[in-house]
Design a protein around this ligand. Sequence first.
Ligand code: BG6
Length: 459
Amino acid sequence: MTDDADARRADALVFFGATGDLASKKIIPALQSMVNRGRLDLPVVGVGRRPAEEFRAKVKASVEAHGGIDPVAFARLGERLKYVRGDYNDAGTSKAIRRELDGARRPAYYLAIPPSQFPVVVEQLSCTGCAEGARVIIEKPFGRDLASARELNRTLLGTFGERSIYRIDHYLGKTAVHNLLFFRFANALLEPLWNRNTVESVQVTMAESFGVQGRGGFYEEAGAIRDVVENHLFQVITNLAMEPPVRTDSESIRDEKVKFLKAVLPLKPSDVVRGQFRGYRSEKGVAADSKVETYAAVKLEVDSWRWKGVPFYIRAGKCLPVTSTEVVVRLRRPPTMYEDSRLATNYCRLRISPDMAIAIGVNVLDPTGEAGSAPTEMVATHRAGPEEMDAYERLLGDALSGDPTLFAREDYVEEAWRIADPILDQAEPPREYEPGTWGPQDRNVTPPGGWQDPIVARP
Ligand code: BG6
């Protein structure tokens, strides 16, 4: 490792919310995997309000439930894991953390806590001197609209420099999302096609066959647009549509992402369809007259040299027929001499989950000679094995090594909210849909040729 890389590397990790849901489901299992791969060689301090014994029990239960215990790695993790119990607004908690850090000069603070508590923790870290030389890792949502995102950025930037703020959108840690960029720019194949001359439309579907899974209270504050469209799915279309960066350093890549979003026009209410699955209002924590959407479809207009006139559609919903995230880029019809009504539009299908796939939809001559054309797909698929890094492990490792490429920058976050802001908190109630169906339909927000529903094989 070079001196420069050493200087960027954190020398301790502190995670707030150590007995919370995110720590259990994602952070602690990621820590065990990092130890296993030899990627976690620093002190780790959990901070929470619950007693230390409860924390220890949670650590074990969390790893058992998510991936299983690796005896060697788990024992090593136990050796480096410390715990501080305390209130986040108590200066004594920051002082106790400092003692545990034992002279660390570049600690990373991971705020795995509700956003309403960010200012309190940041203030405490700042006034107790803990923020010096430190970096902060925070979870989405980065605000709930443009104004609150700016406010949150102001709070964070009051204590940390932008290069020390790591905003996690876990979609960016997924191999398949990263691969959208890689596949585009590591091959000569797509670039000549990837523009308004050949592409007719782009559609992204993020379907989940389950409901809000006991998170009704959280979901009431979010809804599908805030929960996944404005962040995860905007990141997906950004990777699909941005220009090639001029260099591969983090800022050159992030500059291009922001440039793409700048070309996207703000959404209008007529560009959106909102739905709510029947039964949502009876979920725990949900208002009986809730207007929160559990499904949203939007049509985006991109005013750029490459994309002008190519509509980008996104739909996302809970209680849809399958669980899958997929992109379909449809190409314009060729000026063909073949009149066959079975000629299908060419497309490129990029599946992000549950498995990874790249498929090209083409027309070939029906070998039986009876039907003329036989629309067919050339497919490459890949199912992740246990040896592959999960999104949280990748992102946590990058934040600790000081690589901000896969994190949302301040200007990106604000551009994303600028686009979504006009359609948030609409007075009109969403349209009801039956669980297990594809949500409400609307001609204005349907891609030419219709939505292409992801097909998921039954296990
Ligand atoms: C989260 C949302 O950010 O992403 C959830 O809050 C959603 O509502 C989840 O289910 C989807 O992530 P993944 O990785 O399971 O596709």
